[in-house]
Every structure is written in structure tokens, then in C-alpha cells.
Design a protein around this ligand. Structure first.
Ligand SMILES: Cc1cc2nc3c(=O)[nH]c(=O)nc-3n(C[C@H](O)[C@H](O)[C@H](O)COP(=O)(O)OP(=O)(O)OC[C@H]3O[C@@H](n4cnc5c(N)ncnc54)[C@H](O)[C@@H]3O)c2cc1C
Length: 417
């Protein structure tokens, strides 16, 4: 089958890989000058297969006033005259119910397990080098109430097969001694030894080479999809400057741009950009954390990528607005220096701002649409690197009409309508 994937980020590339391996003739249309220059560029590097708690969680409700009022808050919400933002926020609040949030966490845990296995298979098969390590993850809590809720989540996820350990303050310091500067504020943590990390951009670039050289995937960079040619409920071609690209099936994997692309076909996708920031700085070997760390209070993640320390965080529901970029990056660096003051040469840090393509319930959309040959694989939010290989697998199974490894209904567009 000739399959055209729109978007060459981590989701589009992994989708192309699993489809091409089944013998399909795959083309990727990517508007950027290279692959992975948008959300997949300098993310937090976490492959958090077990720590899959959705952003929509009952614990966020008491924090709403801070989101609205504090410019320093890790989560920030600035209301806009934007119907998409309001709709998204309403659906987000609905997903914050305890039963919904727990169900989603278990569903994402299953998808995470599928993704871990699929990534492992890909890496073994193709020998891709992207500073991939299985060094575990420690999520530290500075608030006793949040830690109590986290312990309940550990029990819940254990039912779904996750193996995590709750630690007290001393346990956290034993696990990651470089947390010494934050020790007075830590109340406990959750350690997951099986978690992994890697450089998403390197992964994407190496995978693109494999796709071109070994699987003859046609990756057309600098090629923006402008619209569609359709016939009834079928997409005939993607319209690009100077022509049309025809295919038997089309997959939308264009991150936050999927909303407008789908709207061109009369489809409404509840995906909203959640802005975040990262910095990459030369690590000081003996002082930087050896394992992946999440400072939950600040919503900041830390990962060692070779000689670098990657730090990422903050969630802003402000649209694709980057006007506060410098202020927010300065806040991020201040938070980072509080917890790991000696871990890296922060003066030499490279900074970045990206937009997570987020659904209100933190689950991606994978599956069919009301167009017979248009498929979705998008909306991975804060877990796109983690879940990309799993959703690529699921998409491949659905497209081929095979039984699926996880319940595909959980990822359909209908679930939110
Ligand atoms: C600060 C931050 C930290 C993060 N940390 C982590 C983490 O630690 N772990 C994790 O798992 N995830 C993390 N994420 C999330 C993850 O990075 C994203 O979920 C993932 O990159 C989304 O990939 P994507 O391919 O869907 O989107 P993108 O990477 O944005 O790719 C979409 C592509 O589509 C292209 N495109 C757009 N419009 C068109 C068009 N009209 N025609 C053709 N091409 C088009 C774009 O140029 C782009 O290359 C983080 C995100 C951010 C912002």
C-alpha cells in the first residue's frame, strides 16, 4: 500500500518505520528543512514507560488558582479569546476525575509496555545510537499530600504490572546523592529502576537515515501540506506547493499542526499546544545526577545524555505564544540551580522552547477517522518520545486490519466526543 505520513517528528518517523517494515511504500511529508525540528527537538529525553500519570489528575484541581495567578508557577494558564483553548480546558477538567484519571494511567501503562518492547526491537534491529540508557528514574516530592497520593498511584500501577518503590528522604539521597542540596525540602520519592532515557533528536535523525537507506522511505523535507484533494469520504491527495501527493492511505502525525490540517477536512481534533522549555548544558561528571530525576513540585525533569545534562519542564496553557520565553527560561534556570547547583556549566547552556501536542486526557489519538483512508497518530502530549514506538505498532496493526496489542478503542477520536 502507498502510505503518506504528514509530519517527520518522532511520531511520524516511528510510524513510517513499522509500516515500512511490513512492506508498505511510505512517503513522509515534512515542512521543516530537516526532520524533528519541532516538539521532538530537545525534549526532556525521558522514556517514562511506567511513570505515565496523565496531566489531568485530581491533584491539579487545588492548584488551579496558582496556575492562574502566579507567573512563577510550573504550570501556567493564561485565558485567551480562543474557543479551542476553552473547549480543551473543559475536557481537561472532566478528565481530572479520580476514576477517569486512574483508568487512563492504567491504559497508558499498557501502551508504555508496548512501546518499550517496540523501541527495544527497533534499536536491536537497526543498531541506532542515541545515548540510550536504562538508568532508572526517581520522582521526588516536596509536598506531603502529593507524596501520599503518589504512593496510592504506586499501588494502582502495581496492579497494572509496574514495579516502583516509594522511598523516604534518606532513601532518595541514597538513590541519587547529587540531590544533597535539595534534601531539606524533599519529603519522599518514587523510584522506577526500569525507566530509560535517550536523545530524541539523535534518535530521529538516525532513524531517518535508516528509513531512507534500508527501507526506501521517501522523506520530503521542506514540503508543507497545504490542503487536501478529496472525493466524498476519501482523501485522494495531499496538496503541496507545485502539485499533489497521491497515496492509498494518509496518516496525520504533524503534532500541533494536525488541528488545522484536520479542520481542512471538517474534522475537529481536541489538541492544544502545551508550551515547555529545556536547556542542555555540559554536565559536571561527579555532580550531575546519574539517574533520571523528576522534581514533581517544579515539574522539571533531568537526564544525562552523554556529556550533557538535559533539563526540561514547565507546562503553559497559553497557545503557541513564546513571548515569555526569556522570563520562563530564567525561572527554569533558577529552579534548576536550587536543586542541582553544581551539576552543569549552566552559563554554556543551550535553551529551547517547544509545544507538546496535547489531548485533554493525555492519551494520543491513534486510529481511523470518518474518511475511509485517513488515519490519526498524534496528540502524544508530554509522552511523545515514550509512546511513539507503541503507537506506531498500534497504527500498523489497525491499518493492516490485524488484532491489536492494546485496546484500540482507548485511543480513538470518538472517546472525547
Ligand atoms: C519541554 C518538553 C519536554 C518534553 N519531554 C518529554 C520527555 O521527557 N519524554 C517524552 O516522552 N516526551 C517529552 N515531550 C513530548 C514530546 O517531545 C512530544 O510529544 C513529541 O515530540 C511529539 O512528536 P510529534 O512527532 O507528534 O510532533 P513534532 O515533533 O512536532 O512533529 C510534527 C512534525 O510535523 C511537521 N509539520 C507540521 N505541519 C506540517 C504540514 N502542514 N506539512 C508537513 N509537515 C508538517 C512539523 O514540522 C514537525 O516536524 C516533551 C515536550 C516538550 C515540549
Amino acid at each position: 500500500m502507498r502510505i503518506c505520513i504528514v509530519g517527520g517528528g518522532v511520531v511520524g518517523l516511528t510510524g513510517a518505520y513499522f509500516l515500512a517494515r511490513e512492506g508498505h511504500d511510505v512517503t513522509i511529508l515534512e515542512s521543516g528543512e530537516d526532520v524533528a525540528l519541532m516538539a521532538s527537538f530537545a525534549n526532556g529525553a525521558q522514556l517514562s514507560y511506567s511513570y505515565v500519570a496523565p496531566l489531568a489528575d485530581p491533584a491539579v484541581l487545588p492548584q488551579l488558582p496558582a496556575w492562574l495567578l502566579s507567573s512563577d508557577s510550573a504550570l501556567r494558564y493564561v485565558p485567551r479569546l480562543d474557543v479551542r483553548q476553552w473547549r480543551w480546558c473543559l475536557a481537561f477538567l472532566q478528565a481530572c476525575r479520580t476514576t477517569t484519571s486512574n483508568r487512563i494511567a492504567l491504559e497508558l501503562l499498557q501502551l508504555g509496555a508496548l512501546s518499550r518492547a517496540a523501541l527495544r526491537e527497533l534499536v536491536e534491529h537497526e543498531s541506532i545510537d542515541f545515548d540510550h540508557v536504562q538508568n532508572g528514574k526517581l520522582v521526588v516530592y516536596r509536598d506531603a499530600h502529593a507524596f501520599r497520593l503518589a504512593r496510592k498511584k504506586v499501588d494502582l500501577l502495581a496492579e497494572g504490572g509496574a514495579s516502583q518503590t516509594a522511598l523516604d528522604r534518606n532513601g532518595c539521597l541514597e538513590c541519587e546523592p547529587s540531590l544533597e542540596f535539595a534534601s531539606a525540602t524533599i519529603v519522599g520519592g518514587v523510584h522506577t529502576s526500569s525507566e530509560e532515557a535517550g536523545d530524541c533528536l539523535r534518535f530521529c535523525r538516525e532513524l531517518a537515515n535508516v528509513l531512507r537507506d534500508r527501507y526506501h522511505v521517501n522523506i520530503l523535507t521542506g514540503t508543507r501540506v497545504l490542503g487536501w484533494v478529496r472525493q466524498g469520504r476519501q482523501v485522494v491527495a495531499a496538496r503541496i506547493a507545485g502539485g499533489d501527493v497521491r497515496a492509498d492511505a494518509f496518516v496525520l502525525s504533524a503534532g500541533t499542526a494536525c488541528v488545522d490540517l484536520a479542520e481542512g477536512l471538517g474534522l475537529r481534533l481536541p489538541i492544544y499546544p502545551l508550551t515547555g522549555y529545556s536547556l542542555s548544558a555540559p554536565a559536571v561528571a561527579e555532580r550531575a545526577p546519574a539517574i533520571n530525576v523528576t522534581d514533581l513540585h517544579r515539574k522539571v525533569v533531568y537526564a544525562r545524555l552523554g556529556e550533557q545534562l538535559r533539563v526540561a519542564g514547565m507546562v503553559e496553557i497559553t497557545g503557541a505564544d513564546e513571548s515569555q520565553r526569556d522570563v520562563r527560561l530564567a525561572t527554569l534556570i533558577r529552579h534548576v540551580k536550587e536543586i542541582f547547583p553544581l551539576a552543569a556549566d549552566y552559563d554554556s547552556a543551550q535553551t529551547w522552547c517547544g509545544h507538546r501536542p496535547a489531548t485533554p486526557d493525555s492519551k494520543p489519538f491513534v486510529g481511523a477517522t470518518e474518511y475511509s483512508n485517513l488515519w490519526l497518530n498524534t496528540g502524544h502530549g508530554a509522552l511523545g518520545f515514550t509512546l511513539a514506538c507503541g503507537t506506531a505498532r498500534l497504527l500498523t496493526e489497525l491499518l493492516q486490519g490485524r488484532p491489536t496489542s492494546v485496546d484500540a478503542r482507548a485511543y480513538s477520536l470518538d472517546r472525547l466526543s
